[in-house]
Design a protein around this ligand. Structure first.
Ligand code: SF4
Length: 205
């Protein structure tokens, strides 16, 4: 694969798994002119399918606000999902077929863009990269240096998915993040994303 345009054409004509049977077309990535930071979410929803872009619905607006408040510009970002077609009934598939079938697309995006930073948005994206060792509410906000292919290293941070932030908290939970109400979770998401510009500055030192 030589270019992002070629890759986008291949994704939008992909029929490699059963999810494609139910919707018109997959939702490919969006890419700024200087994509240093790659945000990788879980899967598109109805708004994303309609607009043909990831993170444009209510969740997307929350993520966009957090990015804008951090001082990052939209030229600096690349946004995609680990699954490019909308899951049935908006429920992330519990079998591995779509994840495995879509994996070459995410790998190709990373190889072509070679971002300086990858942000996994939500537990499913975090599991895609780091396995099931640590849940998102424990791992979120923690930076790790991650070797992807050969000697290509990238800074990696998982954060909360905005759709999780839109839900209320559980005051009885023993997990500090699960206890937070919607505003508290959104504040945490913003705080995580606010650390990205400093991480970029460290990389140029
Ligand atoms: S989810 Fe991915 S692998 Fe499955 S049809 Fe859509 S683009 Fe292809």
């Amino acid at each position: 694969m030589n270019s992002l345009d070629e890759l986008k054409a291949k994704i939008t004509t992909c029929h490699a798994c059963y999810l494609r049977k139910h919707y018109d077309k997959p939702v490919p990535f969006i890419c700024g002119d200087n994509p240093e930071v790659m945000f990788i979410g879980e899967a598109p929803g109805a708004d994303e399918v309609e607009k043909g872009k990831p993170f444009v619905g209510r969740s997307g607006k929350m993520l966009q606000t957090a990015i804008r408040m951090s001082g990052l510009t939209f030229d600096q970002i690349f946004v995609t999902n680990i699954i490019c077609c909308r899951p049935l009934n908006n429920v992330f598939p519990d079998d591995n077929e779509p994840i495995l079938a879509c994996r070459p697309w995410i790998d190709a995006q990373i190889q072509l863009v070679k971002p300086k930073i990858i942000v996994a948005v939500g537990g499913q994206a975090h599991r895609h990269f780091r396995g099931s060792a640590e849940g998102i509410t424990k791992a979120c906000g923690n930076w790790q240096l991650y070797t992807l292919e050969g000697d290509y290293q990238v800074w990696y941070m998982p954060t909360l998915h905005p759709s999780f932030c839109l839900r209320g908290g559980d005051p009885n939970s023993t997990n500090a993040v699960m206890k937070l109400d919607s505003k508290g979770k959104e504040a945490l998401l913003r705080a995580h994303i606010a650390t990205i510009p400093n991480k970029l500055k460290e990389l140029v030192k």
